[in-house]
Design a protein. Sequence first.
Length: 347
Amino acid sequence: MPTATFDPNKPALKLGLDVHLEFIMAVAQKDHASAQAPRKFSRAQLVEQVRKWVAEGWQVFCVQESCGFGFVLPHELGAAGAQSFLITPIALNGKRKTDQLDARALCLRRARWLDGNRDELAPIRIPTEAEQRNREGTRRRKFSGRHIRPLANRGHGQGAEYCQVPLPSRWWGPRNWLKLATVDPWILNVLAKLRELIVALEAQLADLETELVARVQGQERPKGLGEITLVTLDGEVCDRARFNNRKAMGSYTGCCPGEHTSAGKRRMGSIDRMGNGRVRCLLVEAVWRFLLWQPQWKAALKMKVRLADGVAMRKKTVVALARQLAVDLWRWRTGRATLADLGWVAA
């Protein structure tokens, strides 16, 4: 969890920010005085104002909700001398919501957090610019891949609608495309435009995959864990050293079971899905491969009976193993264990 470096001998200024693309609504509180009236800033104006406060001797502590604007503002505020927090979006004022009220509520929560009430905020880690760019490559690959199938299906649909001709599976491929020479010229021209888009996307995907594979080329990895999967997991997690123990790593996956315990009765429910969804999907897929290629995986051997107890139980066990796989990968990538310690065979 991010921490704040607080010097009790210096005055503190807490800043709650409600961020929009066009403007930022800010509410400031100096030490333990009342919160000031809301003020509207542009991003450049806010950064400059924070720089002035820091020059005057204030410790500036900012907080904002995470949104679709990335981490530009937290990075700029950090460069200006502030300590910036990013939290998951929460309901701040019940049924009343305005920019001014949200900024004020964030400011007061930040003040109580600094006073020692750690339940007021749930800060999330702000990745570095290099970590963001590493992660963007794998996300762009996924984004580009999702657009090929709709374009291909459009071609199949137009072939059926205008020619009543079933197109081959990869109709845009070099060999299959030559087979379509007898199709009506008009529909062939339409398909040619779709083919240009698909071929361009596939070329981008090939370049991206070459770039991604180069990051882990030559590194030792367990059999069943492909290079693309490994580099994607590394990019999403960013820095495994930030997790201090196995529970923190397991919680990040969102594969922890829900729980309802009261009056001595305990009931476990479905997973909470409160972690990184991309990591969770990759881990579940990897577990199915590990069950095939890593028969001596120690975690799977412990659940051997459950894996053989019907389809439903097998699926639940795979999700549990996904959480354990995240922990094992954390131990391996941070040097706490070797492949042999985990019962893995190298690729």
